[in-house]
Ligand binder design. Structure first.
Ligand code: PGA
Length: 263
């Protein structure tokens, strides 16, 4: 789409590592110290989403650098009797900027539903965090040819009640579940097709201007070898990187691949 190609340059490219349940605080410090010099000239936003216990260390180590820190989840209540949970306000107060919401692993293993995703997204936005909202189809759903239905439903439910103004702080991550941690990446064409569809859904709800400004990431086995091809696509504005974000050189190579093409 010509319009997307033209507007891509105005959107923020966000390369975010999703460390999942990896790295103790001391290991986190070591990894970030390796990453910092490698990405210091990045032309995109660089984010590391790390386990809760690593947040304080990560914030301290990255102070004064171009790396932003994110959490991997947050609760929807401001406070209360929710043993073991962390609120968006708690994250905000310590300096966290981003938070991954609705990752497929949370949907798959921890009973996350579109309803709870929606509540978390709204809580994150109310606290002043930038949610990275994950959507994506299962392999079975792709094989049944209902990918667009699945994505459209997730977007409608996950973003219910989110205003156009708030959308300026929302990042969408398209993560086909069959591509996560499997080494099976969606082809650049498959990624573009769904990311373009996501933008169309956003346009239908929020209008062209807002939809053109939303960063849409691809995630699912993105690595240093395939990042450039994926990131070249008009509607792929970044990546949510699992495995490859745990290796400094690989993560830095993906950040490097996000440099805008020179015309
Ligand atoms: P992966 O994970 O890069 O290891 O496939 C991506 C993600 O889960 O966000």
């Amino acid at each position: 789409m010509l319009l997307d190609t033209l507007t891509k340059g105005f959107r923020k490219t966000v390369i975010a590592g999703n460390w999942k349940m990896n790295k103790t605080p001391s290991e986190a410090k070591a990894l970030l110290e390796e990453i910092i010099p490698l990405v210091k000239d990045a032309s995109c936003e660089v984010v590391a989403c790390v386990p809760y216990v690593d947040l304080a260390t990560a914030l301290e180590v990255t102070q004064g650098t171009n790396i932003k820190i994110g959490a991997e989840n947050c609760h929807w209540a401001e406070s209360g009797a929710f043993t073991g949970e962390i609120s968006a306000g708690m994250l905000k107060e310590i300096g966290v900027e981003y938070v991954v919401i609705g990752h497929s692993e949370r949907r798959q293993y921890f009973g996350e539903t579109d309803e709870t995703v929606n509540k978390r997204v709204k809580a994150a936005l109310a606290a002043g965090l930038k949610p990275i909202v994950c959507v994506g189809e299962l392999l079975w759903e792709r094989e049944c040819d209902i990918t667009t239905e699945v994505i459209s439903r997730q977007l409608k439910l996950d973003l219910w009640g989110v205003t156009a103004e708030e959308m300026k702080n929302v990042v969408i991550a398209y993560e086909p579940v069959w591509a996560i941690g499997t080494g099976k990446t969606a082809t650049a064409e498959q990624a573009e097709e769904v990311c373009e569809f996501i933008r169309m859904c956003l346009k239908a709800k929020y209008g062209l201007e807002i939809a053109s400004g939303v960063t849409i990431q691809y995630g699912g086995s993105m690595n240093d070898a395939n990042a450039a091809e994926l990131l070249m696509k008009s509607n792929v504005d970044g990546g949510l990187i699992g495995g490859a974000s745990l290796v400094a050189e690989k993560f830095a190579a993906i950040v490097d691949a996000a440099k805008p093409a020179e015309y």
